[in-house]
Design a protein around this ligand. Structure first.
Ligand code: AMP
Length: 113
């Protein structure tokens, strides 16, 4: 399998650099969360690491394990404490074009009815 290359011009890289605005939910030193521009549910937010990872496979295979833990604990924190989804939520990530992934900077969708 050929090595994938991170696209520096992807839309989430532009959000991270501040050249495109987002409706921010939460930010810390390793991640940023913001509302999806085309929500598929009453609550639809995206959580992205600040590091340059293309997709889920890239993140879980190449990010340091402490960063992965902090990221996924961050997703839980955001769902419960920032979005206040105590009654439940779904998380989703598309991995690769065939799955429907459109933006090639790893992200987790948080969805709630
Ligand atoms: P995926 O198909 O998993 O790559 O999801 C990409 C998501 O990013 C889609 O749900 C889009 O609606 C969302 N999206 C694209 N551009 C923006 C943007 N500028 N701000 C917020 N969400 C966006």
């Amino acid at each position: 399998m050929s090595k994938k290359i991170y696209d520096e011009d992807n839309i989430f890289a532009k959000i991270l650099s501040g050249s495109i605005d987002c409706k921010k939910v939460y930010e810390n030193d390793i991640l940023l969360a913001f509302y999806d521009i085309k929500p598929e549910a009453r609550i639809h937010a995206l959580v992205i690491p600040k590091g340059r990872y293309i997709d889920f496979d890239d993140f879980v295979n190449n990010a340091p394990s402490d960063l992965q833990l902090k990221f996924f604990q961050g997703v839980s924190y955001i769902a419960n404490n920032e979005l206040k989804l105590q009654s439940g939520y779904r998380i989703k990530t598309n991995n690769g074009r065939g799955s429907g992934q459109e933006v090639f900077h790893f992200h987790v969708h948080i969805l709630a009815a």
